[in-house]
Ligand binder design. Structure first.
Ligand code: MEV
Length: 314
């Protein structure tokens, strides 16, 4: 048979300003999409391949989940600027872009809410535990808030699993400068989320720390809404300390956070932690980049206010 036509879509990466981990327990969070994108193209083919290699679906659970109803071999081609296993949403962006490309192939391109359900389904299938925060940010783009009642007039969707419910709203993207610092250490999300869950099951102290993250996130979202960089930065640093107490930071992340602080309003790990990236809120991005580089990290001055998942017609 001849190969079919290509269907191409992309989705952005993201970083969490406040609230990761606690959001898994239905607490609030605020997330911005960034100008690092994942693009995926798919077409009918003789064999299942990705970037020219045969696919081992056991090692590609997102692909396996998203193609569960496809009864044809497919060829995938990916291009990504999002560092993998870094807390920047690479797997959610892959899932969002692929779900969109596959729905284009069926001739029925999915809307945002359907895409979030599909991308979140893939995330849960692959890592067993987690919230729909990353999927929502990568599908919607711009900025999102999860479970923050004051943003409910811009409600996008509500997603439930078991006893948890996440109400997702659109938020304004602040005119602020954020620098990401990548430790270069890959840290898959699932084991870190499970580690926090075990800690919470064993210790009421961990439950209190998650409640403190909730408080910091609520105050931080108010600081964000009034463009108060000083208060927001202070709360980001506070959030980093709370996440460290939960056991999801590491020496390399702490090094990059501490190196950034003299030139920042605040800094914290972003995403699941254990490696991956940190983020600093600053008006001195050059100094922060220099400090991150001097400690062995890779800095990116990210652009925010970017579109979410989108189709790229051939
Ligand atoms: C990972 O980017 C964010 C976590 O809160 C996990 C999740 O929400 O699924 C750590």
């Amino acid at each position: 048979m001849t190969e079919g036509r290509w269907y191409r879509a992309s989705a952005p990466g993201k970083f969490v300003i406040l609230g990761e981990h606690a959001v898994v327990y239905g607490k609030p969070a605020v997330v911005l999409a960034v100008d690092l994108r994942m693009t995926i193209a798919v077409r009918d083919s003789r064999y299942n391949t990705i970037n020219g290699e045969r696919i081992d679906f056991k090692r590609q659970p997102h692909l396996r989940y998203l193609t569960r109803d496809v009864d044809h071999a497919l060829e995938f081609s990916t291009e990504s600027m999002i560092p993998v296993g870094s807390g920047m949403g690479s797997s959610a962006a892959l899932s969002a872009a692929l779900a969109l490309a596959l729905s284009m192939r069926r001739g029925d391109a999915m809307g945002e809410e359907e895409l979030v359900e599909e991308a979140y389904g893939a995330e849960l299938y692959a890592q067993g535990i987690g919230s729909p925060m990353d999927a929502s940010a990568c599908v919607h783009g711009g900025g999102i808030a999860v479970n923050l009642p004051e943003s409910s007039d811009r409600h996008l969707w509500t997603i439930s699993r078991g006893e948890r419910t996440w109400s997702v709203s659109d938020v304004d993207v602040p005119d602020m400068t954020f620098v990401i610092g990548n430790t270069g250490i890959r840290a898959p999300t699932g084991p870190l989320v499970s580690k926090v869950r075990r800690y919470m099951e064993r210790s009421s102290f961990a439950v209190d720390v998650v409640d403190d993250i909730e408080q910091v996130t609520i105050e931080g979202s108010q600081a964000l809404a009034r463009d108060d960089v000083e208060a927001l930065g202070r709360l980001m640093t506070e959030d980093h300390k709370l996440l460290s107490i939960l056991g999801v930071s590491c020496r390399e992340l702490n090094k990059l956070v501490n190196a950034s602080l003299p030139y920042s309003y605040g800094a914290k790990l972003t995403g699941a932690g254990g490696g991956g990236c940190m983020v600093a809120l600053t008006d001195r991005p050059d100094k922060v980049c220099e400090a991150i580089r001097a400690r062995g990290g890779v800095p990116y001055v990210v652009r925010t206010g970017v579109p979410g998942a989108m189709m790229h017609p051939e």
